[in-house]
Write a protein that binds this ligand. Structure first.
Ligand SMILES: Nc1ncnc2c1ncn2[C@@H]1O[C@H](COP(=O)(O)OP(=O)(O)OP(=O)(O)O)[C@@H](O)[C@H]1O
Length: 258
């Protein structure tokens, strides 16, 4: 078993609305993630999945408990932690390559080196011929590849992905899942992935964290011990799918009674 890199211990996060109401987004939330592990979080809408990811990214502080990366409390953004969002957030006035190398530019890496790195990663996802295109000239799947590569080029040890494939059609989504696994296997990094898709969580992960909502906490941790590459037609895959769909359904029913 690899060493634990990310540890959340009894975290609580409360938001104050503008009208002065308080919302406890997550409570008593504990989790430990090992180096090179691929962990997905599933849970009903509003259970605090994005809140937790934003805390790990150093974009939000908690109210109680401790959150550490490599045994150091996360207080602000960490250079080894990268994040990919659902809405690509590419800069429309920059070419694909200039979007990809944005982070390297902020780090002060010289132009030649950053373009070399950027092109290397664009090649991995088959977009080297689009380096001079603008985001509006790309399909949704291509834009998400660019967003993914923009994070990967900074070589994060821990990659946070918040529903990155949520806006894509089923076929493109499956292709990007495979590409992400190829990169994860080659580059060896820790990935924490938020999704609403039970199939996606099983296909990708070493472990699936099922959250319950209002306030969000860990309901179950399910290890996925199926060999890789995973076969969606396999009976054990189907069993896990039914188990997790049922578990998640119970949580959705609590939030929205049928
Ligand atoms: N900036 C904020 N101010 C006030 N409340 C917030 C803020 N961000 C999130 N919340 C509240 O915290 C709770 C958790 O939100 P969060 O976005 O983390 O859930 P989620 O599980 O990611 O939801 P979804 O699956 O719909 O994306 C919700 O009740 C939400 O309204």
């Amino acid at each position: 078993m690899e060493a634990s890199v990310l540890k959340a211990d009894k975290i609580r996060k409360k938001y104050m609305s503008e009208k002065g109401f308080s919302v406890t987004a997550i409570e008593d939330f504990s989790l430990s993630i090992s180096e090179n592990e691929f962990v997905s979080i599933l849970g009903p809408s509003g259970c605090g999945k994005s809140t937790f990811l934003r805390m790990v990214a150093g974009l939000e502080n908690g109210n109680e408990g401790s959150l550490t990366y490599k045994d150091k409390i996360i207080k602000k953004q960490h250079p080894e932690i990268g994040m990919v969002f659902q809405d690509y957030s590419l800069l429309p006035w920059r070419t694909v390559l200039d979007n990809v190398v944005l982070g390297l530019e902020f780090e002060g890496i010289n132009k030649k080196m950053r373009y070399e790195e950027g092109l290397k990663y664009l090649k991995i996802v088959g977009l080297e011929n689009f380096s001079q295109a603008y985001p509006y000239e790309l399909s949704g799947g291509m834009q998400q590849r660019v967003a993914m590569v923009r994070s990967l080029v900074k070589k994060p040890s821990l990659l946070l992905m918040d529903e990155p494939f949520g806006a894509l059609d089923a076929h493109t989504r499956m292709i990007l899942q495979k590409e992400l696994l190829d990169i994860w296997e080659k580059d060896k990094k820790t990935i924490l992935f938020v999704t609403h898709s039970v199939d996606e969580a099983i296909y990708l992960s070493d472990r699936v964290i099922v959250m319950s909502g209002s306030p969000g906490t860990v309901k179950e941790v399910i290890p996925i011990e199926l060999p890789r590459p995973r076969d969606r037609g396999d009976a054990s895959y189907g069993k896990l799918l039914s188990l997790l769909i049922r578990m998640l359904g119970e949580e959705y029913n609590k939030v929205k009674p049928a």
